[in-house]
Design a protein around this ligand. Sequence first.
Ligand code: GLU
Length: 284
Amino acid sequence: MTRFAPSPTGFLHVGHAYSALFAYEAAQRSAGRFLVRMEDIDPQRCRQEFERAILDDLLWLGIRWSGGVRHQSSNLETYGKAVDRLRQASLIYPCFCTRQQIRSEIAESSRAPHGPSGEMLYPGICKQLSEVDQARRILSGERYAWRLDVAKAVAKTGPLEWFDYREGEVPAEPEKLGDVIIARKDAPTSYHLAVTLDDHLQGVTLVTRGQDLFHATHIHRLLQSLLGLRTPRYYHHNLILDHAGQRLAKRNRALTVRHLRERNTKPDDVWRLLNLGPTSRRTG
Ligand code: GLU
């Protein structure tokens, strides 16, 4: 079983269409099921209008999914329970930092470790807080997120591996991403937690997604082990890049499926453009 899990924060562009078609084809090849899930935990950026447009574009492309569309926003309680379990096991800690504080801390420190995509890793400011300080700040109403204590979690699980169809067996290296956020300040979950739980709860056996999320899988594998969840297999596919070799951005309207439709492009042309679907079936 595969899935396509867009965040409804913009119109479907050809990069997403590629991802959706890729997952759909993979399910069809193995006579498996294909699911659609809305990753809509960000209340500021997700919009109904985008969700409707994404689903409509998928149907136009000829993609049909099994069952209803799962919404992460309707499952916050499930994620909250997993956060509670991780908290009871002392594997997460409250983080009160603002982005600005993190940036200044990194700017002042002589060592600024970076993640695999060049992002700055959390410098551990709130990891040092005593339980008394944590409780005092929570009670005073300060907003906080929950961060995973990756070192502690790894010490608990021991070495882990996951399988990627292009890379083979991959040793999990969650330390590369640092103490990631498990529950945001504005939601009782984060992308990492929700996606890992949902793939398990929905019975997804093959996760196909862009190469940009390859390293996130290290964290997902760790969460699976901590929460007793199944580990699917992974296929991280290439990203569709624009002429300048950049990832497609949602704001680039010319590359949305909506725009192509308005210009009378046919679904088959999109499949052909992406070298998937009817074309890939024809050429084997
Ligand atoms: N919601 C993510 C996105 O739109 C995809 C997550 C995933 O496939 O794991 O980029």
